[in-house]
Design a protein around this ligand. Structure first.
Ligand code: G1P
Ligand code: ZN
Length: 581
């Protein structure tokens, strides 16, 4: 069995290949695992599950390959990249060996196996690949005791839809064998092409190690005005920014694009070396976990701050002194200032979208600008269909995801450049821009309570009972009073979405209680938790006049009602949420 690391010269390569015997393709028997249903964001498990269960990874990867029609797979191009977390390289080795044995013609892999999620989306589209693998558990902790995950994205660069993930799951339940080239080893350190000859194969299998930072930077250069941003970030009166990559994958992108190209001083970027365990931290950009950023913003030295999650698709935006911009407000502000971004001046604005639990701040901008608004279930894949159909330009989720139709994933660095473009154009602070927005549109107060690692049965029972209660006709018109606040139920349901493009129906996407003043309480079970169940309660309430109050104070009555209706504390044995965002 031979490994061929190709030199640049094709002729040398052919000679070398001929001297070596072709790599063996093996078919290995296996037995199914029952728990490989991809969730909202791929298959996410504790690292030890992938390490200790024999062939667990192989089964899932084979299920993905088998879900693709052989005619599409044969000789195709696919992409592989991950956020650099522990088990990333081991998984890539297996994926490469199985891709070759499953007839894929060419794999495009990020340098050192690392690519941010938005960069994978960009690279899939650039190379016209039929899809790609993203090795990440997003913002979940990494390292041997942490989480690992595999996401499968399709040819549009976005997450696979439910029909595909269902098919993958069905295959994983009956899998009997997988195909692999165990002797094939790639060199992830060297940029360029490597070619391998396989037995019984006419064409060689090619691996291309690419500089994804360059491909991604090129995409952004065509969206934003880099000359204006450079002047804003490093000219005479430049603003001071602080970006926290939280030891995830975004560090090299921040360094190259913001520091080298746009001229930000070195102290603008922190925690930029990707680490397998993210320095032992929780790589989740919110006020609770992005503590380095939050601390460094307090004294007012920096005008703008942002943090990114491990795979670079989530962002948190802060202003001077740590002024926090909720992701729902961030989306609405970008929408209201969308023409500060040159890309949209060229494409126009085709539509806005938000996930159902995201606050309705965006709706007000859509209404005022007469731009179509779509309300989708949580998860980015729902936006992709609308974008492919030319119906959507800008979208986001309350879970710190924001993005445009330049790719089919949420894109944290894009969000930062969007904000910087707005600041550069409006010449106001982050806080002033957000406060002006509230003065213009009123304010949607929003909060989310997460109860993590709850007993699965207790969580499911609670949701079932809640659904029965709110589906009963008598629930509508019920009134709930807390102190002097009275809320009357206007509508309650289990959210269901019909895709406007292909009419696919997605049911059970969260329980909604909507009150007569437009306030909403939403209950959902997370699809991304790897330990027990995570119950999420979302609260959204609109105020036209009282706009400078503290969020938790404003939403306290609705939070009390949300807990009272669900009996969540009693049912789960908890006394409070694990995280509030
Ligand atoms: C979470 C977020 C959701 C997001 C998903 C993937 O899913 O709530 O908005 O699309 O991660 O990043 P959940 O754990 O709530 O199912
Ligand atoms: Zn992520």
């Amino acid at each position: 069995m031979q490994t061929l690391c190709a030199p640049n010269d094709t002729l040398d390569l052919r000679l070398e290949t001929m001297e070596n015997s072709p790599l063996q393709v093996l078919t290995v028997p296996t037995a199914p695992y029952p728990d490989q249903r991809p969730s909202i964001s791929g298959l996410r498990k504790k690292v030890y599950v992938f390490q200790s269960k024999r062939k667990y990874l192989h089964n899932f990867i084979q299920s993905i390959f088998s879900s693709i029609d052989l005619r599409d797979r044969q000789g195709s191009t696919m992409v592989v990249g991950g956020d650099g977390r522990f088990f990333n390289r081991a998984a890539i080795e297996v994926i490469v060996q199985m891709a070759a044995a499953n007839g894929v013609g060419r794999l495009i892999i990020g340098h050192h196996g690392i690519m941010s999620t938005p960069a994978v989306s960009c690279v899939i589209r650039k190379y016209k690949a039929i899809g790609g693998f993203i090795l990440t558990a997003s913002h979940n902790p990494g390292g041997p005791g942490g989480d690992f995950g595999i996401k499968f994205n399709i040819a549009n660069g976005g997450p696979a839809n439910e029909a595909i993930t269902d098919k993958i799951f069905q295959i994983s339940r009956t899998i009997e064998e997988f195909a692999i080239c165990p002797g094939l080893h790639v060199d992830l350190k060297t940029l360029g092409k490597q070619t391998f000859d396989l037995e019984n194969k006419f064409k060689p299998f090619t691996v291309e190690i690419v500089d994804s930072v360059e491909s991604y930077a090129n995409l952004l250069r065509n969206i934003f005005d880099f000359a204006a941003l450079k002047e804003f970030l490093s000219g005479e009166n430049h603003i001071r920014i602080r970006l926290d990559a939280m030891h995830g994958v975004v560090g090299p992108y921040v360094k190259r694009i913001l520091c080298e190209e746009l001229g930000c001083p070195a102290n603008s970027a922190i925690n930029c070396v990707p680490m397998e365990d993210f320095g032992g931290q929780h790589p989740d950009p919110n006020l609770m976990y992005a503590t380095d950023l939050v601390d460094s913003m307090k004294d007012g030295h920096y005008d703008f701050g942002a943090a990114f999650d491990a795979d670079g698709d989530r962002n948190m935006i802060l202003g001077k002194h740590g002024f926090f911009v909720t992701p729902s407000d961030s989306l609405a502000v970008i929408a209201d200032n969308i023409f500060c971004i040159p890309y949209f001046q060229h494409t126009g604005v085709r539509g806005f979208a938000r996930s159902m639990p995201t606050s309705a701040a965006l709706d007000r901008v859509a209404k005022a600008t007469k731009i179509e608004l779509y309300e989708t279930p949580a998860g980015w894949k729902f936006f992709g269909n609308l974008m492919d159909a030319g119906m959507l330009s800008l979208c986001g989720e309350e879970s710190f995801g924001t993005g445009g139709d330049h790719i089919r994933e949420k894109d944290a660095l894009w969000a930062v450049l969007a904000w910087l473009s707005i600041l550069a154009t409006r010449k106001q602070s982050v806080e002033d821009i957000v406060k002006d927005h509230w003065l213009k549109y009123g304010r949607n107060y929003f909060t989310r309570y997460d109860y993590e690692n709850v007993d699965i049965d207790a969580a499911c029972d609670m949701m079932e009972d809640l659904e029965i209660m709110i589906s009963d006709k008598s629930f509508v018109k019920q009134r709930f009073a807390v102190e002097d606040k009275i809320y009357q139920v206007e509508k309650s349901d289990s959210f269901e979405y019909t895709d406007p493009v292909d009419s696919t129906i997605s049911r059970n996407q969260g329980l909604r209680i909507i009150f007569s003043d437009g306030s909403r309480i939403i209950y959902r079970l997370s699809g991304t938790s790897s330990d027990g169940a995570t119950v999420r309660i979302y609260i959204d309430s609109y105020e036209k006049d009282v706009i400078f109050e503290d969020t938790q104070v404003m939403l306290a009555p609705l939070a009390t009602i949300a807990l009272k209706i669900s009996q969540l504390h009693h049912r789960t044995g908890r006394s409070g949420p694990s995280v509030i965002t």
